[in-house]
Design a protein around this ligand. Sequence first.
Ligand SMILES: [Zn+2]
Length: 227
Amino acid sequence: MTISQDARLMSDRLFGPGGPVLQPTGGYRDGMDLTRLAPQTGTAFLLHAGQRLTVVDPTGEQVSDFFAVMDDDRDEWFSSGRTIDYANSTAVTTGSVLYSNRSRPMATVVEDTCGHHDILLTPCSQQTFDLLYPEFDGAYHPSCFENLATNMAAFGVEPDRISTTLNIFMNVWNERDGELHIDPPTSKAGDRFVLRAEADLVVGLTACSAEKSNNGVCKPIDYRVDD
Ligand SMILES: [Zn+2]
């Protein structure tokens, strides 16, 4: 794989010389034409039944939060609890079905080259940084919650509707006593996670804003939608 000079220059600007290298958005991974989310940003869009959403970690070690509601009823939303119940597992990988709060399938995972994702934790929010990261001293910090709320508002989704997210590429595990650990993502550059929608969905997607969840540096996320 060749790395364009543009990508090298952009990577150096973001991370300093010798840092991670951003792969060019177009033309890699079998010619996949991807849309890039800049670090600490998000988006929202309609994903129709049968369409596939591919989420790619272009540099490695970057989390992407996913949330969805049904397009025909904003009161039906992705439920991590139902999803865990019916799978009898907190693992999400190829074959997993994401359920709504009304127990309808919303999406199925059809490809996963990473293997470590999280459905226990909520999207990072301003309050997350206020409560858990005293080093920020209460200052404004971009967050997945803000990015989901802002972008999903355009589709009539209220902020209070946004619940526990599917945190793609997030590496969370727990001790037998229940203590949680958030380790650097195991994702490598080019790893991908593909969902097939089982109903018409409004989807929110982010490049996670929490430095500690992303091994110290917030990086971009690439995605695409296919019919
Ligand atoms: Zn986040």
